[in-house]
Design a protein around this ligand. Structure first.
Ligand SMILES: C[S@@+](CC[C@H](N)C(=O)[O-])C[C@H]1O[C@@H](n2cnc3c(N)ncnc32)[C@H](O)[C@@H]1O
Length: 261
């Protein structure tokens, strides 16, 4: 048993959605302008890192697990065929629906899990900063529910905050180790394709960005390149990473008669 409380986590996200009504609800939801400024930085970096591992194609049918206010589904929708965004928070989904692109569908996770014909539908599942807000027990159950939804050979890619050892933060957040994520996904039948640290915190360019509010968003691509160069410099000063994971659903093997086993 872990000390995380999934019901309380849902209540926290519902409150954040009510308070902000935009992407600040799914990043740092504090009220102050400095946090909102930091959210612009994170919004840019997370979208860019997700694009790198997701490699969206125009034929892709995607599942956005923990879509929140639809920040990433809106970003990826012009690049792919279809996205289904699911979340436990109806309030988050209500915000997402206000800007719902034509090829995106938003659903409560519980409704998705009980849908008929959802198996073998998706080329990729992606998830950004969601798994850290789910207890070990519910995460295991969620991976079990999501696995059949992927086509054979499909991928589950995610960005999540990691530390060397699992660190539970109160009853609503956990920074797991890379080891723990690999074990949890492998136990449910996934095969690790790759993982790599993507963002370090503290980041080198964040304070400069926050302190100089006159700096335009156009500077963020340059900051991204700086961060890439400095990702592994002085690791003793790194508190945690956002790590990119790619897991694969194994292709079904065929028997002598060409039927899947
Ligand atoms: C930090 S936000 C990230 C939202 C979005 N992925 C993004 O990057 O903009 C985490 C989201 O996960 C959702 N969430 C929490 N537990 C979940 C669960 N068990 N299943 C699906 N979504 C969940 C929350 O309601 C919230 O919208």
């Amino acid at each position: 048993m872990t000390q995380m409380n999934d019901q309380r986590i849902l209540e926290i996200y519902e409150k954040k959605a009510t308070k902000h009504g935009d992407y600040n609800a799914v990043l740092d939801a504090s009220d102050n302008p400095i946090s909102m400024r930091a959210n612009m930085w994170h919004d840019y970096f997370l979208k860019r890192e997700m694009a790198v591992i997701l490699k969206p194609k125009n034929t892709d049918v995607l599942l956005d697990f923990g879509t929140g206010v639809g920040r990433l589904s809106i970003f990826f929708s012009p690049l792919v065929s279809k996205i289904v965004g699911i979340d436990v928070s109806q309030k988050m989904l209500d915000i997402a629906k206000k800007k719902q692109p034509k090829n995106v569908e938003y659903l409560l996770a519980s409704d998705f899990y009980t849908q008929k014909n959802r198996d073998d539908q998706f080329d990729k599942i992606y998830s950004c900063w969601v798994l850290a807000s789910i207890s070990n027990e519910l995460l295991k159950e969620s991976i079990k529910q999501l696995y059949p939804a992927l086509k054979s050979g499909g991928k589950f890619v995610f960005l999540e905050q990691t530390k060397k050892n699992d660190l539970f933060e109160g009853d609503n957040h956990v920074k797991r180790s890379v080891r723990t994520y690999i074990k949890m996904f492998e136990e449910e039948g996934f095969v690790l394709e790759e993982y790599k640290h993507a963002i370090r915190i503290p980041a080198y360019t964040m304070n400069f960005w926050k302190k100089n509010s006159w700096l335009p968003k156009a500077i963020l691509p340059a900051f991204y390149l700086i961060e890439k160069r400095l990702l592994n410099r002085k690791p003793e000063f790194i508190d945690y990473y956002t790590t990119a994971f790619v897991f694969k659903k194994q292709k079904k093997s065929l028997n002598l008669f060409g039927q899947s086993k």
